[in-house]
Design a protein around this ligand. Structure first.
Ligand SMILES: *Cc1c(COP(=O)(O)O)cnc(C)c1O
Length: 371
């Protein structure tokens, strides 16, 4: 549903904002919500108890530590970097916004590789930054490496995603390195879903050799803290200085810092659920592949290194999404109107029971709609 700004406000806002849309995802309450790539297992009970203790002890009448230094140190120790290379953000979103705020702007261009995370283009628009795109191959959904590198030479900034949301593929590290070499400005690798990938895929390994690399992480996905609003970037210390200069000083509140710190200290407790999600991803992938076999031409599911799968259901994606919601109370994400994602749905990997329900419901609907 598109909502427009009022006539009165269109006359008052900055000219580049007249077509900005008020954003409200309007989540329908459903029994099973697999629409936002959250960790549907929740936080392990023992960790949750420790978070509750930390929250109970948090000092609320004082401002938070502006730079979240305790959390920064824990993040730095985990990734083998220095405190000076870490900036904690109010969700990964703020890390993206502040990148564009500081390094984008009028007359500058950010390179992206769609279909990707829609907020890159949305934030770029808010910050008057032009967006240059090199679309993925429509069939494999993989990036066109040489074209990306070429485009990076002419861009002020590049953002790539690994694993990519919503296509699930990893950005090869040699391509990330080539982008860093080609781009005269910063290259952000958004690793919101990296905990679901196999080890060795993170661009963090390239930081030492590429001082223009910025890696983004979040507590919202594998760590089950989407409601906490905490993420971070890792980059060269002078990049962090820029973030520290442009960010809203107290954007990461006391409660978020406390909840993220406990989750990080007790990160091993999440490993079992993450392993289950990865296993389930394989099972659901195979299940969907089987139920699509011999149906419409073009029906398919893509392999994924994230906690979600992209599925193409020619001619009926939107209808199947609506029927999943209304008849089965299962919510998935409809991307069928997004550029490069015609007929596509994105389904988050849930618990084994949730995934069983998705496979059963999808099996029935595909028989009716796609046969
Ligand atoms: C979820 C997500 C983020 C960050 O989300 P936050 O909740 O703001 O931390 C960043 N990038 C991608 C691709 C995502 O899917």
């Amino acid at each position: 549903m598109m909502i427009e700004l009022s006539e009165r406000m269109r006359a008052l806002v900055q000219p580049h904002l007249v077509d900005a849309e008020p954003y409200d995802p309007m989540f329908s309450p459903t029994r099973i919500n697999l629409s936002a790539n959250e960790n549907t297992y929740g936080i392990p009970a023992a960790v949750r108890a420790h978070i509750d203790e930390a929250l109970a002890q948090a000092t609320l009448n004082r401002y938070p530590d502006a730079m979240s230094n305790e959390l920064r140190d824990e993040i730095a120790a985990w990734h083998g970097v220095r405190r000076e290379q870490v900036c904690v953000c109010n969700g990964g979103d703020e890390g993206i916004f502040n990148l564009l705020l500081a390094f984008g702007g009028a007359g500058r261009t950010v390179l992206t590789c769609p279909p990707d995370f829609s907020e890159y283009a949305q934030f770029a628009q808010l910050l008057q930054t032009s967006v240059a795109t090199v679309f993925r191959d429509p069939e494999t959904m993989l990036p066109d490496g040489p074209a990306l590198v070429e485009a990076a030479r002419a861009a002020n900034l590049a953002i790539v995603t690994s694993p990519n949301n919503p296509t699930g593929d990893l950005m090869p590290l040699d391509l990330v390195a080539a982008l860093c070499d080609a781009c005269p400005g910063l290259v952000m690798v958004d690793e919101a879903y990296m905990k679901f990938a196999e080890p060795g895929a993170s661009a963090l390994a390239l930081l030492d050799e590429h001082p223009n690399l910025v890696v983004l992480r979040t507590f919202s996905k594998a760590f089950g803290e989407a409601g906490v609003r905490c993420g971070y970037i890792i980059a060269a210390p002078d990049v962090i200085d820029v973030y520290a200069a442009v960010r809203q000083i107290y954007s990461v509140n006391v409660l978020s810092q406390a909840a993220a710190l406990v989750a990080l200290r007790e990160r091993a407790a999440f490993d079992e659920d993450i392993a289950t999600i990865k296993r389930e991803r394989g099972r659901v992938y195979t299940g969907i592949e089987q139920l699509l076999a011999g149906t419409a031409a073009g029906a398919r599911v893509w392999p994924s290194s994230g906690n979600f799968l992209l599925v193409r259901l020619p001619g009926c994606a939107s209808r199947i999404r609506t029927r999943l919601r209304d008849e089965y109370s299962i919510l998935v994400r409809d991307f069928s109107a997004a550029p490069g994602l015609m007929d596509c749905l994105r389904i988050t990997i849930g618990t084994p029971a949730e995934n069983d329900e998705v496979l059963t419901a999808l099996g029935a609907l595909v028989k009716e709609e796609l046969a």
